[in-house]
Design a protein around this ligand. Structure first.
Ligand code: SF4
Length: 549
């Protein structure tokens, strides 16, 4: 196997014998083959779409297929094989659509003509022919790295598109972009400038998709509002909900109402407490634990059932394997999966029964809380006060410390950075990297909290809206604001957000804890030249460099 799509990749180069994440070689190979199948689907679907013929099932399949291969989503080779085989049918559907639109479908070469082997061994052999390693050998690290940058950006955007689609927000233009980009990649493009241009285009579309998801979330559950969240347990039976999916949490809250079970959020579900239509449930009692990489210890200790709604699952310990459940695109061999019915509903009875069978928390722990819910509506609602504070010199600088958390020791940088930010500066956070410091006391500046949490990783959309509004208010560009972006990346959703920021022309981003292995030195030089993107150094060095400007 060869996989270098996430930050924890082995030795900063690539996982070759087994994934650091727990992905086995067969799963890795089948994921590569799935991406190849998606390229085949897209060769037909893109040409049909150019002639005005689209099929939502095809678009949705491409999005779900991409999301399935995101880090920490699906570790089950059997389920991936099922998706690949469904892909053969979808290729047929896209081919028919293209044929009816007048496309010469037999003229298309490459993934479009793939005939799948009938057994697993045959599929694995086919997967080896389309592996990333083969691409690196054939195209060199610069070209294959940039091709993968586009694939990884698409994977991240697909995650957001899938969440939006679950809430009924779909857009044919977005589906068209997915298939056109995969069709572009199916032609094995080698021009560095063209590849970089396409990567920035992924960033542009990701902004649109994050906007769709924001509209879907706020349209269904209301605008997040500043909300105190309890971070210590209360006595009683318990279910812990992890991942990113708001609808799963909402439906579980409905199905557990009046059953004497308390619901806790975990990881990236923390911002859910700020949505009016979710926080109205009295049994959504609090947040439990920290970021995803601490889950094996925390789930072990949690005395109830656990529901994984999207990515972030790690190999479950035997101690809680019988009371952890996956749903949506997440899968782990041997873990019970809650399926989606044809009408989009889910029956969480198995999760509820597991929670009732578990002991639950015996007593209330001393109460502690943090505040969340500073999305764009809440922050822009007090924009006047923020702008006045900047003009009066009370707020000197904003730091957006955003991105995903991970297990490497270098990530202490983000805690140290937040702790060292001077008292006259405000910190904006998003995604799970904030777990490194969000339980510290930061105080306020004239009533404006010094730590404002914008939400999940997809709520980078909120941070961008806030930055653009501030730039408008000060009649300058985002790059001229007293705002610095200190980003941590882990998986492919961070990649698409980074591409969005670069598409917007945002310069001077500090990125850590290490740079992506798939970006070759030559490609990095281009990014440095164009955007002055730089690796994080030490918290002191970076703070000094930013504030002395
Ligand atoms: S997703 Fe990350 S940790 Fe897992 S195999 Fe790929 S590079 Fe390695």
């Amino acid at each position: 196997m060869f996989c270098y799509q996430c930050e924890q990749t082995m030795g900063g180069k690539g996982c070759v014998s087994f994934g650091v994440c727990g992905k086995d070689p067969d799963t890795a190979a089948l994921q590569d083959l799935l991406i190849h199948v998606l390229k085949g689907v897209s060769q037909f679907a893109a040409r049909a779409a150019q002639k005005g013929a689209q099929d939502k099932e095809v678009g949705r399949f491409v999005v779900e297929g991409l999301f399935t291969t995101v880090t920490n989503v699906n570790f089950d080779p059997a389920r991936i094989e099922t998706i690949i085989r469904k892909g053969e049918k979808i290729i047929g559907k896209a081919k028919e659509l293209a044929k009816k639109s007048g496309v010469d479908v037999e003229a298309l070469k490459g993934p479009a003509q793939l005939k799948l082997a009938s057994d697993r061994a045959g599929l694995l052999k086919q997967a080896r022919e389309v592996s990333i390693e083969k691409s690196i050998n054939a195209n060199g690290p610069d070209v294959s790295g940039l091709q993968e940058l586009i694939v990884y950006g698409l994977k991240g955007t697909a995650a957001y598109a899938d969440h939006a689609a679950i809430l009924g927000q779909e857009d044919n233009e977005v589906y068209k972009f997915f298939v056109e980009t995969l069709d572009f990649l199916a032609s094995n493009p080698k021009d560095i400038g063209q590849l970089l241009g396409m990567a920035l285009k992924v960033g542009e579309f990701n902004l649109k998709v994050m906007g769709m998801l924001d509209a879907a979330n706020t349209g269904r559950y209301g605008n997040p509002e500043p909300t105190k969240v309890r971070i210590t347990p209360v006595a009683g039976k318990a279910i812990l909900v992890s991942g990113h999916d708001l609808k799963d949490l909402h439906d579980l809250l409905e199905q557990t109402e009046g059953k004497g079970i308390n619901i806790y959020t975990h990881g990236e579900m923390l911002p859910c407490h700020a949505y009016p239509e979710l926080k109205k449930f009295k049994h959504l009692v609090g947040n439990y634990g920290g970021a995803w990489q601490d889950q094996r210890k925390e789930f072990d200790e949690f005395p109830g059932a656990i529901l994984m709604t999207t990515n972030c699952i790690q190999k479950p310990k035997d101690s809680y394997k019988a009371r952890i459940f996956t749903t949506g695109l997440v899968a782990w061999p041997g873990v019970m999966h809650i399926k989606t019915d044809a009408d989009g509903s889910k029956d969480f009875r198995a999760v509820i029964d597991a929670a009732l069978a578990a002991p639950g928390f015996g007593e209330d722990a001393p109460e502690k809380s943090i505040t969340v819910g500073f999305g764009h509506a809440a922050v822009l609602g007090v924009a006047g006060a923020v702008i006045d504070a900047v003009k009066a010199g009370k707020i000197r600088h904003f730091f957006l410390i955003g991105g995903c958390d991970g297990a490497k020791p270098g990530r202490n940088y983000y805690t140290e950075f937040a702790e060292k930010v001077p008292k006259d500066c405000v910190i904006l956070t998003l995604a799970c990297g904030k777990y490194r410091f969000n339980k510290l006391e930061f105080g306020d500046i004239g009533g404006i909290p010094r730590l404002l949490d914008c939400g999940q990783c997809n709520d980078a959309y909120s941070a961008i809206k806030i930055a653009v509004a501030l730039a408008d208010a000060f009649k300058c560009g985002v790059n001229d604001l007293p705002l610095s972006m200190i980003l941590s990346w882990y998986e492919q959703k961070a990649v698409c957000i980074l591409l969005t920021l670069l598409h917007l022309g945002i310069r001077n981003i500090r990125l850590g804890p290490s740079l992506p292995a798939f970006i070759s030195p030559a490609a990095l030089n281009v990014l440095v030249e164009k955007f002055n993107i730089m690796p994080t150094k030490t918290a002191e060095e970076d703070l000094d460099a930013i504030l002395k400007k």
